[in-house]
Write a protein that binds this ligand. Sequence first.
Ligand SMILES: Nc1nc2c(c(=O)[nH]1)N[C@H]1C(S)=C(S)[C@@H](COP(=O)(O)O)O[C@H]1N2
Ligand SMILES: [Mo]
Length: 389
Amino acid sequence: MPQLRPPPVPDESDFTSRLRSPAVAARVGVWLGICFAIAFITGLISHEAYVHHPFIAFPTRPVWLYRVTQGLHVTTGTAAIPLLLVKLWTVFPKLFSRPPKKVGLLLVESLERGSIAVLVASSIFQLASGLLNSSQWYPWGFDFRATHYAMAWVAIGALIVHIAVKLPVIRDVLGADIDAGLHDRESMAAAAPISRRGLVRSAFLASGVAVLATAGSTVPLLRRVSVFEIRTGAGPAGIPINTSAKHAGVIPAALSDSYRLTIAYGGRELSFSRQDLEQLRQRTHDLPIACVEGWSASGTWTGVRLRDLLDLVGAPAGHDVRVVSMQTRGAFGTTVLPNQFVDDPLTLLALGLHGEKLALDHGYPCRLIAPDRPGVFQTKWVRKLEVIA
Ligand SMILES: Nc1nc2c(c(=O)[nH]1)N[C@H]1C(S)=C(S)[C@@H](COP(=O)(O)O)O[C@H]1N2
Ligand SMILES: [Mo]
């Protein structure tokens, strides 16, 4: 019987392309590092906007801050995907380098390789889970936000170790011409179909295309080239919809004549029909909806200032408010609005958008709209506002 042998494991020296050079890896790596740094910082900001800190209050101004940081987060994450693929391709032969014989060197190299393994795994996880999340696809069983946040620290930690270890090489190859050959392996002699410069430019181009294809969800001018972004601009009043009234299961309750908004503080409760709310003093403000998934849109909202409503039940400033919707399924039926948003004069219980009655899918009879707040907390189909003692 012929023996089945596994194919031989290649050696680093079997990879001969001139393109798989530290000079290429470092140039792509710089931009990858910049993307990761921006995504990390804006991710921390998003995390802060989500957790309700009793001591560090998330600011309510500028009203567009979360819109910009979250747009940057998703854009830099998207831009990083082609860069990471090219970088992994250039350094791939390293996987097959023979370990050094000396114990001291072996220890250093094990640490280095360990950190790279962690970096590669966490980077792929971050970019893949982020991409799926921004395309509103949640095929996993874990809490996306908690996992993506924890992995961000792992990735950034491993990245810092990686840069520190590679600094001498990075300095050398970035200080010289891309074709100078510093730190190249001896086997890198084969001709390549494109130049090193060509490969680096292609990586940047692919990254730019990925950005243009997604950034239309935040930058209106880019909308027409954003082929991946089909949600933006669709939806009543030109604003996309996240969770329709049908999906939330609120249509009968939202359209019912017996609809009342209840406002509760201490033992006091007042209730308002939609007509009652329309009789109160109306204000109009331009405020964005900025979804964590990266899309955002400006709206001109008309409605009752939240603070005015709370004054009617005698609630003093400085209290958080529980915003309860008619939605019974899903995680975002009830949210808590921190007091700095409650007391901000721009925070509205909106009844209209762009001069029209609020569409059912945008939260009719009324929805919350607060400045500089992640979209997910801009609760629609509100039925109760409860001042938390
Ligand atoms: N009750 C309720 N309100 C909600 C949601 C929801 O699922 N249920 N989704 C939120 C999310 S994730 C976003 S981005 C905004 C989007 O508002 P829009 O659909 O009017 O654009 O609504 C928020 N309000
Ligand atoms: Mo959202």
